[in-house]
Design a protein around this ligand. Structure first.
Ligand code: HEM
Length: 141
């Protein structure tokens, strides 16, 4: 019995040291960690604010807050050590009556921002794939 307990304890210890149980932050690291996602969120919103296709959507918004929440959302989506605590996507966008064309405009701005920050193409596509399912919730017009 003692030998059995010892075996279990050894197994638990071995598993705890297994890298496969650790959080996978590879994608988050490719984006430059917290500093990288903060730059990306700031750059994206700065681009949106001068993009005539969508800039008016941000007229009544607290830009500092949008940038901060977006960075936290990107961080979480990419496997970083963040928990997004902002509003859900329906609540945040419902009143804006966002069209398909506006959604695509923001995605183009995001691609430009990622390009500017030298994010590898494969990693760019991984973030886009994580955002794509939000289309149905964000586009309401
Ligand atoms: C996948 C695409 C998008 C993501 C991941 C996203 C994410 C976010 C996040 C995290 C927030 C902050 C929520 C909060 O304040 O708690 C936000 C707010 C906002 N987003 Fe988006 N968004 C997306 C698409 C768009 C598009 C296409 C537009 C307009 C063209 C837009 C315009 C806004 C505006 C104006 C706010 C602030 C709303 C307010 O002040 O009440 N977003 N978004």
């Amino acid at each position: 019995m003692v030998r059995l307990i010892f075996l279990f304890a050894l197994l638990a210890l071995t598993c705890a040291g297994e890298p496969s149980f650790a959080a996978d932050t590879k994608l988050f690291d490719t984006f430059g960690g917290e500093a990288g996602v903060t730059s990306l969120a700031n750059d994206l919103i700065d681009r949106a604010l001068v993009d005539p296709r969508i800039q008016h959507s941000f007229d009544d918004s607290n830009i500092k807050r949008v940038k901060r929440e977006l960075a936290s959302q990107f961080c979480e989506l990419l496997g970083g050590p963040c928990v997004y605590k902002g509003r859900d996507m329906k609540e945040a966008h419902q009143k804006l009556m966002i069209t398909d064309a506006q959604f695509n405009a923001l995605v183009e701005d995001l691609q430009d921002a990622m390009e500017q920050l030298d994010i590898p193409f494969g990693a760019q596509n991984q973030l886009l794939a994580k955002l794509a399912p939000m289309h149905a919730t964000i586009v309401t017009k």
